[in-house]
Ligand binder design. Sequence first.
Ligand code: ADP
Length: 192
Amino acid sequence: MFNLILFGPPGAGKGTQSERLIAQYQLAHISTGDLLRAERKAGTELGEQANEYIAKGELVPDAVVIGMVRNYIVDHREASGFIFDGFPRTVAQAEALDSMLHEFDARIDAVLGLEVEEDELVKRLLLRGQSSGRADDQDEATIRNRFQEYMNKTLPLQSFYSEQNKYHGVEGMGEIESIFDSLCQQIDRVRS
Ligand code: ADP
C-alpha cells in the first residue's frame, strides 16, 4: 500500500492535482470536503450538522470526519493506496489516521505540501466560487476564516510530519501541468 497526503491551504490545488494523481498512480481518493458535501446533498443529518461549520468557514468536529474516513477506508480495503485530500486537518485527525492505517498494516508514506501565497489563494477561491456555486467560496470573510483555521489547527501538521521526515514542500504556483510534474517527481523519489 502507498498512502499519500496532499497538504496545503484552501485553494492550493489539492483537488485538481488529486484527480491527476489518482489516474497516474491508481490510488483511491479521499476528499473529506467532497464526502461532507455529498452527505449534505443526500440530506443526511451528518451533512446538515457539518454544513453549519462549513458555512462559517470552521472545521467540522474531528469525531465526524474521522468516522467518515474510517468508513471509507473499510469500504475500499482492496485499494492499492489512498490519496488523502483535505484530511488530516488537525493533529488529532493525524493521530487517528495513523492508528487506522496501523490496523491495516499500513502507514503514511509521504506528505506533499502545495505552497501558494495567500493573495493567490483568495483569488483562486473567489474565482472557483463563481462557477462551483460553493457558498463558502463566495464570501471573503468565510474564506479568511478558513485561512485562520488552517493557520491555527492545520499548519502544525507540517512539523508533525517533518519530524517523521515525511513532509515535502512543492511549489504550488504556476502551471497545473508543471506542478503535477513536481508532485510526480517527489512521489517517484519516495517510492523508489
Ligand atoms: P478547501 O480545502 O478549499 O477549504 P474542502 O472541500 O477541503 O475545501 O473543505 C471545505 C470545508 O469542509 C472546510 O472549510 C471544513 O469546514 C470542512 N472540512 C473538510 N475536511 C475537513 C476535515 N478534515 N476536518 C474538519 N473539517 C473539514
